[in-house]
Design a binder for this molecule. Structure first.
Ligand SMILES: *Cc1c(COP(=O)(O)O)cnc(C)c1O
Length: 392
């Protein structure tokens, strides 16, 4: 019954929790056993079968958060992605992949699919035509990621789900950037929802994990591949992740609030050429984002005006650290041209809209005034340095 379904923060706090029947402790007991009885039991439990008590408990919580029937927890976001793709694609099949996706997922497809005889095509853009025109007779899966990294482009969930149903395809989304707090793809008819739990679900930059949520039927197919590929997560980390997810709702809403205000502040800054944040009215996909997202995440990217030294800007920050990963409670920043997209040629980077002055910013939950003060003092340093260079 809909009216009886618990709210987001109640699911985060309670759903799937294991009962400590012996000591009546307040939290899920941690069962580290890798060996369980097989006689006179209903379930043959084994960590690689994704069915230890802690794995099952957290899976119930994540499925509830994503409005799906079932879920599986993986050793990393990439394990979740690779297991899922190999569950729905076999030799001779084809997958339509959104133009820009997470670098690791891109590498997985480009490097591994040829070995399995799996074909793929990347779209030229984000529109219905861009996806439709790539569908072939042997297409089985559509793979998307929205908002995209690092330009925060938005793909229309309803459009993808309709297109997939029309052609009998499985629609798969990487929902890492949004988190279930901001976007519930299953409500729009998307079939399979993937997370790098290393990011918002974990949220404290201290664990690596992945998750997939879908219907019982789809999860069964992924499980069948999972028991062979062996990508499950250690129960200790499952238990840590359960603790993290308890605060997912409050954390992500704090990220959202900070990022929205900081995006507006950056947008008005003289030394900023452009801010990519779907919560800004000036974002080309703002309307679409508003239709399918409840909040706009703590992720954004922005470009300094031409001539400013982006490296110097990042080095001049003091509280905000340069970091490869994202979505922790602390604010971090990264240069895509120097890291995630460094292997692309300057022309290809240019084509994808990744300028040398582009910075990806993961806004944390610190006090907003302190984040802004740190940014402002770094702007002053790069601004001054540019003036000095011009004088010479
Ligand atoms: C980090 C990330 C992944 C990969 O997750 P890992 O946990 O590092 O394997 C996949 N998708 C997105 C959007 C990510 O940010």
């Amino acid at each position: 019954m809909k009216s009886k379904s618990p709210g987001l923060n109640t699911i985060c706090t309670h759903t799937g929790q294991l009962e400590d029947k012996v000591y009546k402790g307040a939290i899920s007991p941690l069962y580290m056993s890798s060996s369980y009885a097989y006689e006179d039991v209903d379930v043959k439990r084994y960590p690689r079968y994704f069915n230890t008590p802690n794995q099952e408990g957290l899976a119930v919580k994540l499925a509830a958060l994503e409005h799906c029937e079932a879920a599986l927890i993986f050793g990393s976001g990439m394990a979740a992605i690779s297991h899922t793709m190999l569950a729905f694609l076999k030799q001779g099949d084809h997958v339509v992949v959104q133009k820009t996706i997470y670098g690791g997922a891109f590498n997985f497809m480009v490097e591994e699919f040829p070995k399995y005889g799996i074909e793929y095509d990347f779209t030229d853009g984000f529109s219905e035509d861009d996806f439709r025109s790539k569908i072939k007779a042997n297409t089985k899966v559509i793979y998307i990621e929205t908002p995209s990294n690092p330009l925060m482009q938005i793909t229309d969930l309803q459009m993808i789900s309709k297109l997939a149903k029309e052609h009998g395809l499985v629609s798969v989304i990487d929902n890492t950037f949004a988190s279930p707090v901001n976007q519930i793809p299953a409500d729009f008819g998307i079939d399979v929802v993937i997370h790098s739990a290393t990011k918002y679900l974990g949220g404290h930059s201290d664990l690596c994990a992945g998750a997939v949520a879908a219907s019982e039927e789809h999860i069964k197919r992924i499980w069948n591949v999972g028991k062979n590929l062996g990508g499950s997560l250690s129960d200790y980390t499952v238990w840590l992740l359960e603790r993290s997810v308890k605060t997912l709702g409050v954390r992500v809403k704090a990220h959202n609030r900070n990022a929205k205000k900081i995006a507006r502040w950056l947008n008005e800054h003289d030394l900023v050429a452009k801010v990519h944040y779907p919560g800004l009215k000036s974002h080309p996909d703002h309307k679409l984002a508003k239709q399918q997202m409840k909040g706009y995440t703590g992720m954004m990217s922005f470009e300094l005006i031409p001539g400013l030294d982006a490296e110097l800007f990042m080095r001049s920050l003091s509280m905000i650290k340069q970091s490869m990963s994202l979505a922790g409670v602390e604010s971090t920043i990264l240069s895509p041209a120097k890291t995630s997209h460094a292997l692309l040629s300057p022309e290809e980077r240019n084509r994808q809209g990744i300028s040398d002055g582009l910075l990806r910013f993961s806004v944390g939950i610190e006090d907003r005034k302190d984040i802004i003060a740190d940014l402002e003092q770094a702007f002053e340093i790069v601004g001054k340095s540019q003036l000095e260079n011009q004088a010479i």
